[in-house]
Design a protein around this ligand. Structure first.
Ligand code: PEP
Length: 253
């Protein structure tokens, strides 16, 4: 039985006071009750990670970074290492979010190095994969996620994969208000699980959590989560309001 995993990606939003206010709202009693049945984490901007961690206090809501660099230290201006993230209490990190792939220009090879470094450094990474609209329209969805998974997970042993969550996020559904239908999402999730069974083992594929992301809202969370291969939700815009995020968590459990 895979425990649902709901994550809120705040992207480049909030400021020093609204990030704390949002974290305090999320660390409510209601979230605590929900967190018993689900893994819940938030991904604030780097500069607010410490204040958000403090604001979450003893709640069971985890904190993650939206990115990480693969080198341990040194002359890498602007980058943040896994040990820095661990040092300030981060548990998770995103790797290969579509905005980093398609806006910043990250390659599968770079994402693979970040993922490997995150695991070695003791973080629990979420590897994001998903196709562009043109790729879906050209029936290339399975080819794209296969390439992203094979290259993104290259060189990682089955034991290391126990730290990883996969997020299927069709790029055309991110921040657009267009959500994949539960059937469209389920088809790709099932494909990913079968691919992981081929790449690793049936046991690994059965245990790994695959989140869906792309315009998830309180009113579509439950029907997405009702699909057999959807184990959680990666939420962008709708995670910026505590009550909306909580409603999504409730829909997921
Ligand atoms: C995301 O940032 O991963 C995301 C899915 O964003 P949104 O929910 O706003 O589409």
């Amino acid at each position: 039985m895979r425990k649902p995993f709901v994550a809120g990606n705040w992207k480049m939003n909030t400021d020093s006071s609204s990030s704390v206010e949002l974290a305090e709202g999320i660390a409510s009693d209601a979230t605590e009750i929900a967190s018993a049945k689900a893994t819940v984490a938030v991904f604030p901007p780097f500069v607010y990670l410490q204040s958000v961690t403090k604001a979450l206090g003893t709640s069971s809501v985890g904190v993650g970074a939206q990115d990480v660099y693969f080198e341990p230290d040194g002359a890498f201006t602007g980058e943040i290492s896994t040990s820095m993230l661990k040092d300030i209490g981060c548990t998770y990190c995103l790797c290969g979010h579509s905005e980093r792939r398609h806006v910043i220009g990250e390659t599968d090879e770079l994402i693979n190095k970040k993922l490997a470094a995150a695991i070695t450094g003791g973080l629990l990474p979420i590897l994001c994969v998903g196709e562009l609209l043109a790729e879906r329209e050209a029936s290339k969805t399975n080819d794209v996620v296969t390439r992203q998974l094979e290259n993104g997970l290259a060189g990682l042993s089955e034991a290391k994969l126990s730290a990883v969550t996969i997020a299927y996020e069709p790029v055309w559904a991110i921040g657009t208000g267009l959500t994949a239908t539960p059937q469209q999402a389920q088809e790709v999730h099932e494909f990913i699980r079968k691919l992981l069974a081929k790449m690793y083992s049936g046991e690994l594929a059965e245990g790994i959590r695959i989140q869906y992301g792309g315009s998830v809202k309180p009113d579509n969370a439950a029907e997405l989560m009702a699909q057999p291969d959807i184990d959680g939700l990666l939420v962008g815009g709708a995670s910026l309001k505590a009550d909306g995020f909580l409603a999504i968590i409730q829909g997921a459990i």
